[in-house]
Design a protein around this ligand. Structure first.
Ligand code: PHE
Length: 514
């Protein structure tokens, strides 16, 4: 068989001498044999990608004899064999014919009777005519010679009798391409720094990109983002508005001071908080009147509070940090709400906000803790809300999450009073496990912002990682985030349903991710 290089040379020289190749069927290897079309198309594709040739495909039906058809073309039809076996004078005994012709005897007899070539005479067969024309053999020979038959009806019958089968012949019509040449230039696949440096890129030819391959796979939501979508759905169903959480770097002011968290609070300590080194301080502060009210309430109190009684320093509030909770965003939004109320002539509009985003804590990393994680946070601001509203709302919210029985335990946050931790009963562990934290924002925080004393704000927060790990059956946080994550785990996991049990969901003791 001709090598692809031989075929390439053959195609290029033929094009060079004849201008075009009408049908690659006419191409023959040096030894005169035809060239298989698969070998031709391989070479054509490679030449076409270099724009050296252009080609179109020619499809043609051809009829070939089957093994039985070839046998008929060579030695006659079954019926002719039968006729020839019948002696012109004495005929032949039926039993004798079967012995002589085997399978042909049975098939041939019927046809020979029908053609009125022979007849029965007792237990013998005798001739009815003295000579015959074996049309079946002639038909087979015609097909063998021309690849088809002049009579469409005969062709159909030959196919039905399985003497002939149809095959598709593929060949090509080829013309010269814009870059036709007898020699093949090596094309570069990449533009290199060297080519740019020595200027050779100007004359170098480049291999074209092939965009016809497999289309790239679509993206997949990370499990954390799948669970996030479920939480977002719950919030949207309940009429909440999403807060802008795109500020990972925040000032201590919004993360701590606006939340009435004292400047010497241990949580601000560099052990828990990542402070920025460069730039180290924030410059864009809200109006100084508000900042001064914050200073006043921390130092000396106000709005019914005695304050912390320490010397509040703006330098401390200016320190930039990676936000330690999304409550920094909530404090910012509540301040905006007070500004809007003012702009609205003092008419307060109730608000429901939520956010789900990343926060950072300078903590020891272990199987269930990283120095960064996601918080789900909800805030409701309305006049005269009570602790009963918070409890009632938490029951609705956690029921939607698929957690029907919750309990509350008093807790402490510098910015909420009262504060409550939220627990749910874990049937596998037979104990109450903590789900989240909640509370009513302090008047020291809200009134300082300029909100009316009767505007109350209830808020709560919970982690996103724990429900995600439980839902997707992961017991090590490193399977969820970081370089050990299995991409297949991300691609093949289903969407999350918070209100339904999922396939690999962790149950019993495994579900405790604290
Ligand atoms: N900020 C709290 C935390 O980081 C959660 C919380 C939000 C608590 C709102 C009360 C009110 O855990």
């Amino acid at each position: 068989m001709a090598s692809s290089e031989d075929i390439q040379t053959l195609i290029l020289t033929t094009l060079d001498t004849q201008g075009a190749i009408e049908n690659t069927d006419s191409l023959k290897a040096a030894n005169g044999t035809p060239i298989p079309y698969l070998a031709v198309v391989g070479v054509l594709n490679s030449l076409a990608s270099k724009e050296m040739v252009a080609y179109t495909t020619i499809e043609k039906d051809q009829f070939n004899l089957t093994a039985e058809g070839n046998e008929i073309a060579d030695s006659g039809s079954h019926e002719a064999k039968v006729f020839n076996a019948v002696d012109a004078v004495n005929g032949i005994a039926i039993a004798e014919l079967a012995k002589l012709l085997g399978a042909s005897a049975k098939i041939g007899q019927g046809k020979a009777f029908k053609n009125k070539w022979i007849k029965k005479d007792g237990d013998k067969l005798v001739r009815e005519v003295q000579s015959i024309v074996d049309q079946t053999q002639l038909d087979a020979l015609e097909v063998r010679k021309s690849g088809t038959h002049s009579s469409a009806a005969t062709l159909k019958e030959l196919q039905a009798r399985k003497h002939v089968e149809k095959v598709k012949l593929i060949s090509y019509s080829v013309t010269k391409g814009p870059k036709f040449s007898l020699t093949i230039e090596k094309q570069a696949t990449d533009l290199t720094a060297e080519m740019l440096a020595d200027g050779s890129w100007k004359t170098q030819t480049f291999k074209k990109y092939n965009f016809a391959g497999n289309p790239p796979e679509g993206g997949h939501l990370h499990p954390l983002m799948k669970v996030r979508e479920e939480f977002r759905k719950i919030f949207f169903e309940l009429g909440f508005e999403e807060m802008p959480t795109n500020k990972y770097v925040e000032s201590s002011f919004w993360n701590f001071d606006a939340l009435f968290q004292p400047q010497q609070h241990p949580a601000r300590d560099a052990h828990d908080t990542f402070f920025l080194e460069d730039p180290a301080t924030a410059t864009n502060f809200p109006d100084m009147e508000y900042v001064n009210r914050v200073k006043e309430v921390h130092s000396h109190g106000g709005y019914g509070s005695i304050g912390y009684g320490y010397d509040w320093k703006i330098e401390e509030a200016q320190k930039l940090l990676l936000r330690t909770h999304t409550t920094s965003v909530s404090s910012n939004m509540l301040y905006r709400l007070s500004q809007e109320t003012k702009a609205n002539g003092g008419v307060f509009k109730p608000a429901k906000f939520f956010s789900i985003d990343r926060v950072y804590r300078n903590e020891t990393v272990d199987a269930t803790h990283l120095a960064e994680f996601h918080q789900v946070e909800g805030v409701i601001a309305d006049k005269n809300l009570t602790l009963g509203d918070l409890i009632g709302f938490m029951e609705i919210f956690f029921k939607k999450m698929g957690v029907p029985n919750i309990k509350f335990k008093p807790a402490f946050n510098p910015y909420t009073e009262p504060s409550m931790e939220i627990f749910s009963w874990h049937p596998g562990l037979e104990k109450w496990v903590e789900l989240g934290n909640s509370g009513m924002f302090r008047p020291e925080m809200l009134e300082t912002m300029g909100l009316d004393p009767d505007v109350r704000v209830i808020a709560w927060g919970l982690g996103l990682e724990r429900p995600t790990m439980i839902k997707y059956g992961l017991d090590n946080i490193r399977e969820l985030l970081g370089h050990k994550v299995d991409l297949d785990m991300i691609q093949s996991n289903p969407a999350c349903r918070l209100d339904k049990k999922m396939g690999k969901e962790l149950v019993g003791k495994d579900a405790i991710v604290e």
